[in-house]
Design a protein around this ligand. Structure first.
Ligand code: GLU
Length: 414
């Protein structure tokens, strides 16, 4: 039986803390979220009925700065999941060394079965209910699964209406015309591709004839597919929540995007074979990018993996049990808190630009993102070589140490 998500995160924390020999009170502090809120949200549906949704926001840690993290709409959102994701955000911000703590939020709902107006009313009510807990100096939400820049615009507007003035820095991932940053939409994919390139260099794998498979065809998965295929990488497999496709000769990303837009899935795309997810996971490939929901590579299918590198676009896509199997197979893992940190890095740029009211060019953003990702990759690899740690533990050690140092130097209040 695989563990609960937060339990999984705590197991990784325990490894890192043991390695760092953290004092017990600091370790205990890191095992607990600072603040969690559960809100019930009455929303008027289009047919005039009122439905109640449950929403959450967990602020895991503030030691290094305001809490930061995405906000998702999904039927599987629970307090356990949001807490685990908030903890991951804490280590993620620390690994890439940006001055934030970690947070996450979500509402249990099925956004695919709701109208845009219903989502708008849900977003506004959720923002109102958590308004006391968020703000540019407290906690800054951002897009995550099934939340986009329009949802961020509604959040920013609701918060600003309550304040009586415009507060662009309360959320990131907004539309450009209200203080969003250039490059935010593609930031996670761009950051992921940057660390994949570093990993290839480190492992001395040539770009020539390189292949990649992508699980998840949302913002992150599609973005990675686009960037990699523009670089000449052959995308041989793609999966989404409804099915998977495979073509060893490569898949045309623009054509499959159009197909998904028309039919709702990559499935049934003419020039590739329909396969199931486990079959796709078992295909020989250089880089496998899980960029969908948590736990997609697990003890049930990990033994099938034939990839050389797994770059975790999603948060916690590989369970701890699967990790052990992959270790034996010597798969090089670029863990989530490093691989998908590009999104929050450009969120940080957006927040800085909002606070200053001074905006940067696309090139400035791309080059700053690239250098942060490269530096973080090097720090994690160096730690792993130096101390003989696997990449996941090493990334955790780098991140957790920064958070623990901040807690320790600030001391216990009162
Ligand atoms: N939702 C993204 C993540 O999981 C981005 C968070 C942010 O930009 O604050 O990293």
């Amino acid at each position: 039986m695989e563990k609960g998500f937060f339990e999984e995160v705590l197991a990784t924390l325990e490894n890192a803390s043991r390695f760092l020999n953290l004092p017990e009170p600091i370790y205990q502090r890191l095992r607990r979220p600072r603040r969690s809120i559960i809100v019930s949200l009455p929303v008027m549906m289009d047919d005039g009925s009122v439905r109640f949704f449950t929403g959450y926001r967990v602020q895991y840690d503030f030691a290094r700065g305001p809490a930061k993290g995405g906000f998702r709409y999904h039927p599987k959102v629970t307090l356990d999941e949001v807490t685990a994701l908030a903890a991951l955000m804490t280590w993620k911000c620390a690994v890439v060394n940006i001055p934030f703590g970690g947070a996450k939020g979500g509402v249990e709902c099925d956004p695919t079965r709701m109208s845009r107006d219903e989502i708008k009313r849900l977003t506004r009510r959720y923002t109102y209910e958590i308004a006391l807990m968020i703000g540019p100096e407290i906690d800054i939400p951002a897009p995550d699964m099934y939340t986009d820049e329009q949802v961020m615009a509604w959040m920013m507007d609701t918060y600003s209406m309550m304040k009586g003035y415009t507060v662009p820095g309360v959320v990131t991932g907004k539309p450009i015309c209200i203080g969003g940053s250039l490059g935010r939409k593609t930031a996670t994919s761009q950051g992921l591709v940057a660390v994949v390139c570093e990993a290839l260099r480190f492992l001395k794998i040539s770009m020539e004839g390189l292949t990649a498979c992508i699980i998840g065809f949302g913002n992150v998965g599609k973005g990675c597919a686009r960037i990699l295929s523009d670089m000449g990488v052959r995308i041989t497999g793609i999966a989404d929540s409804k099915g998977a496709i495979y073509n060893p000769k490569g898949i045309d990303i623009s054509a499959v995007s159009r197909h998904k837009k028309e039919t709702g899935s990559v499935k049934g795309f003419g020039s590739a074979e329909d396969v199931d997810l486990d079959e796709l996971i078992g295909k020989e490939v250089d880089v496998l990018i899980p960029a969908a929901l948590e736990g997609q590579i697990n003890s049930r299918n990990a033994h099938r993996v034939r990839a050389r590198i797994i770059a975790e676009g999603a948060n916690n896509p590989v369970t701890r049990d699967a990790d052990e199997i992959l270790k034996e197979k010597e798969v090089f893992i670029i863990p989530d808190i490093l691989a998908n940190a590009g999104g929050v890095v450009v969120s940080y740029f957006e927040w800085v630009q909002d606070l200053q009211g001074f905006f940067w060019s696309r090139d400035e953003i791309a080059s700053r993102l690239n250098s942060i990702m490269k530096k973080a990759f090097k720090e994690v690899v160096d730690m792993s070589l130096d101390k003989g740690l696997d990449m996941r533990t090493s990334a955790m050690v780098v991140g957790v140490k920064r958070v623990a140092d901040a807690i320790s130097v600030r001391g216990l209040y009162p």
